[in-house]
Write a protein that binds this ligand. Structure first.
Ligand code: FBP
Length: 246
């Protein structure tokens, strides 16, 4: 039985995501948040349940990581066009050596390359579970073939895929419709759901959505830009925590 307790506080989770440098280049960053030490300090001071990193930052800044580590095992740049594929860049064994308490992997369902990502995930899930390590699947619908599908259908499909492939937690994007999210959480069954933050939003909208996320019985959030692009990461984190752990 895979236990999530190292990742939770009172059954809920707030993870700080910082893998955007590979996914988006330096475009998301400013003078402060381009430095991984700035993010690791936020994670420590604000007591995030975990920080999400790629292997390179986890290796180079190991001595600054003072909260549980979720290691992303695949990734891609956004420079290649067409249906996306994100391949494995780090092994479960390497993640364990780096001190990870869970591993993450992104699958773009709907992409013509989804079969490759589903297969890589299968291998990672088996190896991680052998070591009792929880596996978090980022599941995002992408590619030409999904154009005509509704947001509701796709969000629930992502969630259900996570359950079917054996993820312990899935990370999906919220489409902003509360009933659709409730359906997605139901679709995930016993697999827990965390929601991504997305591009930086107006604070009122962000907090309203977080309330909906918690009301929908999600496990919590894996959020990045809305925290470290905020001028006051401590202040916004406190507001978010108040909603999660009311
Ligand atoms: P944010 O909260 O900053 O959106 O981070 C969540 C996340 O899933 C990151 O882990 C990842 O780098 C990024 O979003 C990918 O976003 P996209 O695929 O939409 O570019």
């Amino acid at each position: 039985m895979i236990k999530l307790n190292k990742l939770l506080t009172k059954g809920k989770a707030l993870f700080l995501a910082y893998d955007q440098g590979l996914e988006h280049g330096s475009a998301d960053f400013n003078d402060k948040n381009i430095n991984p030490e700035y993010i690791l300090e936020i994670a420590k001071k604000e007591k995030y349940n975990a920080v999400i990193l790629q292997k390179g930052i986890a290796e180079k800044y190991k001595d600054k990581i003072s909260v549980p580590l979720i290691l992303k095992l695949n990734g891609k740049t956004d420079l290649v066009k067409g249906d996306p594929i994100s391949r494995q860049l780090c092994t479960v064994e390497e993640a364990i050596k780096l001190g990870a308490v869970a591993v993450g992997y992104t699958i773009y369902i709907g992409s013509q390359h989804e079969n490759i990502m589903l297969k890589e995930f299968e291998d990672i899930q088996r190896k991680a579970h052998k070591k009792l390590l929880p596996v978090i699947a980022w599941i995002y619908p992408r590619g030409k073939s999904i154009k005509k599908k509704s947001g509701k259908e796709l969000m629930a499909y992502c969630a259900r895929t996570g359950l079917e492939i054996g993820a312990d937690i899935i990370k999906i994007k919220y489409n902003g419709n509360l009933n659709d999210l409730k359906w997605a959480v139901k679709s995930a069954g016993k697999t827990k759901v965390v929601i991504a933050g997305g591009i930086k939003k107006n604070e009122k909208i962000l907090l309203k959505q977080i309330k909906e996320i918690i009301d929908s019985k999600c496990l919590g959030l894996a959020i990045g830009r809305n925290i470290w692009q905020n001028k006051e990461p401590a202040k916004i984190t406190k507001k978010i925590k108040k909603i999660i752990w009311k």
